[in-house]
Design a protein around this ligand. Structure first.
Ligand SMILES: NC(=O)c1ccc[n+]([C@@H]2O[C@H](COP(=O)([O-])OP(=O)(O)OC[C@H]3O[C@@H](n4cnc5c(N)ncnc54)[C@H](OP(=O)(O)O)[C@@H]3O)[C@@H](O)[C@H]2O)c1
Length: 342
């Protein structure tokens, strides 16, 4: 099979296309013929982080993907050969990411993909949608699961509504019944956040942003989905409601944040960091189930008209795909790995 591998961390030139034996699934694993591999910031960051030992001599990158199960290991009953699946965290502490014609993953990491959902959509779900799910379910008195109506009557602020995680957060929050306010930095991104379903879209940076948010949500926003906590902590605590949660998942814009102590405790604010790799299996399984339900309901579309432009590369262009994500390509970067009918 064709696979992209690297043996030492570094810039994208460490990635090379090789021929390898098709791997066999072990007990509890499945082998997926990958149609589309999804690229996320974590993939280039993992590849570029010098000094962190690789899990094997040779590693295939990319956590997310979608394709068709073509072999199942001993003891796997949840999936069968021929099932269409979306994959998350394929390369976490494993060398078998999705930038290859076949990837072997634990059965729990391959989730049935609803009929009618494309492989492009499937490969766009993992990291972004699972992260968004977690950020929307950490409120002390909010739902731990997302379903239609779960966020009825609640305000959600999505910082960076045209990002991949931001896009999924808007779609999931709207599906769950919330009123969604998104922030973006340009007219083009405003169009995308609206296409994703945000009820209100505001531009940043803007000194009057807090006032504008309070006008829309006079009692404050209940949930903040935060990509740039170092830049936005002061604003977030200003607009968050009593008992509100600020779910932050990235260090875009800086690696340290300060927060107003009195406002934070007076509002019983929940500052909730989150990292998919360490969030725990229960949260991952809950997110995978709810995200699948949302896909089945048809509420997580991708593509420019849905607010998430897709940019596709061939497998032998994986380095360019990583670079596109690293340089901030708007929307979702995908790799077409094998021809497959959706
Ligand atoms: N903790 C986790 O488990 C986890 C999971 C997924 C992703 N992440 C991290 O989250 C980050 C985003 O991932 P992604 O895939 O969504 O990337 P992306 O598609 O590139 O989106 C990033 C978004 O953040 C926005 N942004 C940057 N600074 C902002 C600010 N001060 N206020 C509001 N928005 C701002 C950007 O908008 P502008 O360019 O217009 O500023 C862009 O839309 C990455 O650093 C990634 O590594 C972490």
């Amino acid at each position: 099979m064709k696979a992209i591998v690297y043996s030492t961390p570094g810039d994208s030139s460490v990635l090379s296309l090789v021929d390898r034996e098709i791997p066999e699934p072990g007990p509890g694993e499945v082998r997926v013929r990958i149609a589309v591999s999804g690229v996320n910031p974590t993939d280039w960051k993992a590849r570029a982080t010098v000094g962190r030992p690789l899990v094997a001599d040779e590693v295939t990158p990319n956590q997310d993907g979608a394709g068709t199960v073509d072999a199942v290991g001993e003891g796997v009953e949840s999936l069968a050969v021929g099932d269409r699946v979306w994959i998350y965290l394929a390369a976490h502490q494993r060398p078998t990411g999705t930038a290859a014609e076949y990837s072997v993953v634990p059965a729990a990491r391959a989730v049935p993909l609803a009929d009618g959902a494309s492989f492009e959509l499937g490969a766009s779900l993992g990291v972004p949608a699972m992260t968004a799910h977690r950020a929307l379910t950490v409120h002390e008195f909010g739902p731990s699961r997302l379903t239609p109506g779960a966020l009825d009557g609640r305000f959600v602020l999505v910082q960076g509504g045209a990002g991949a995680v931001g896009h999924a957060a808007i779609q999931l929050a709207v599906w769950a019944g919330a009123t969604v306010i998104a922030t973006v930095s340009s007219a083009e991104k405003e169009k995308l956040a609206r296409a994703a379903g945000a009820h209100h879209v505001l531009r940043y940076p803007d000194d009057a942003l807090a006032d504008a948010i309070r006008d829309l949500a006079p009692h404050g926003v209940d949930h903040v989905v935060e990509v740039a906590i170092a830049e936005n902590a002061a604003l977030d605590v200003e607009v968050v409601a009593n008992h509100g949660s600020i779910g932050y998942y990235a260090d875009n814009g800086g690696g340290t944040f300060t927060a107003a102590v009195r406002e934070s405790f007076a509002k019983n604010v929940r500052w909730q960091g989150l990292l998919l790799y360490t969030v725990g299996e229960d949260s991952l399984l809950a997110a995978a189930e709810d995200v699948s339900a949302a896909v089945a309901d048809g509420v997580l579309p991708v593509g420019e008209s849905a607010g998430l432009p897709l940019t596709s590369f061939a497998l032998d262009q994986t380095a360019a795909a990583h670079d596109a994500v690293e340089t901030g390509e708007t929307g979702k970067v995908l790799i077409r790995v094998t021809d497959a009918d959706d």
